[in-house]
Design a protein around this ligand. Structure first.
Ligand SMILES: O=C(CO)[C@@H](O)[C@H](O)[C@H](O)[C@H](O)COP(=O)(O)O
Ligand SMILES: [Zn+2]
Length: 187
């Protein structure tokens, strides 16, 4: 038990170290896209499944509520929270379209889509990113493993260097908080 706890901390710290070494440029690129988007009056839309749905909501709340600094509310929305939309779209069009259809209704050119998927392959995430590109949205990926299909639809796709879903998710929320610090810094 004690060994297992220690091992998980060691594994987490190793993935954090590798991520710091490999992902700095892509995270900086994502921060620039997001701060430019907010400055120009556009908005951020986030989506993912399971733990990544939680991350989408968590990050959106840091924008509309506050992160560290007292500042005005900023425009971000998680597409994972409206159970009426999720059940209606899932029921009528299929679960693979739950985010795509909300992007179609809510996103404008210049908005930023942040798709979160540890495999990089969840079909509902991919379909929303693919549509977002055709609308003229910026598409940012938070993924892991080999980046999956998100490599094709995201620029940048921030691929956490780990094959373990839980470790990838732990880096995603850290990266989300880094983005929030950069957004705070423009106020
Ligand atoms: O949080 C966890 C596992 O740590 C799960 O809920 C996990 O998010 C779900 O299995 C997701 O459906 C995985 O999808 P994805 O990350 O590959 O897009
Ligand atoms: Zn999890």
């Amino acid at each position: 038990m004690q060994d297992q706890i220690k091992n998980l901390f060691v594994e987490h710290l190793e993935v954090a170290k590798q991520s710091a070494e490999k992902l700095e440029d892509k995270i900086a690129q994502a921060c620039k896209i997001i701060t430019d988007c907010i400055k120009s009056g556009n908005k951020v839309l986030l989506f993912g499944n399971g733990g990544s749905a939680g991350d989408a909501q968590h990050i959106a709340a840091e924008f509309t509520g506050r992160f560290f600094k007292e500042r005005k509310s900023l425009p971000a929305i998680a597409l994972t929270t409206d159970t009426s939309a999720l059940t209606a779209i899932g029921n009528d069009y299929g679960f693979e379209r739950v985010f795509e259809r909300q992007v179609e209704g809510l996103a404008n050119a210049g908005d930023v889509l942040i798709g979160i998927s540890t495999s990089g392959n969840s079909e509902n995430v991919i379909r929303a990113l693919k549509l977002g590109k055709t609308i003229g949205c910026h598409t940012i990926g938070l993924s892991g493993r080999d980046g999956g299909e998100m490599n094709e639809y995201c620029s940048p796709n921030i691929v956490v260097p780990s094959p373990v879903t839980a470790r990838i998710q732990e880096m995603h929320i850290l990266i989300g908080h880094i983005i929030c610090s950069e957004v705070d810094a423009i106020y």
